[in-house]
Design a protein around this ligand. Structure first.
Ligand SMILES: [Zn+2]
Length: 77
């Protein structure tokens, strides 16, 4: 069992379909960028925004929620 990978678990991103390299993506990347390039093989991944409006909306809400939380954290530091 390899339950001992603390930093890998919550990293947002995806594995490159071409070479399997893990591409780090922040929620902001997913939301506002039109494409992402694999740092390993250079494959260009394009976001298909038309297909997942609902998912994007959900992410946007999440993004806002995270920002609010970070804001609160800083406030109470
Ligand atoms: Zn790749």
């Amino acid at each position: 069992m390899d339950t001992n990978k603390p930093s890998q678990e919550h990293k947002p991103g995806l594995a490159c379909p071409e070479c399997g390299f893990f591409i780090n993506m922040s929620i902001e990347d997913i939301l506002y960028r039109t494409g992402i390039q694999c740092a390993s093989c250079g494959l260009q991944l394009t976001m298909n925004r038309n297909m997942s409006n609902e998912a994007l909306q959900a992410l946007q809400n999440l993004d806002t929620a995270i920002k609010n939380v970070n804001h609160l954290k800083q406030k109470y530091k």
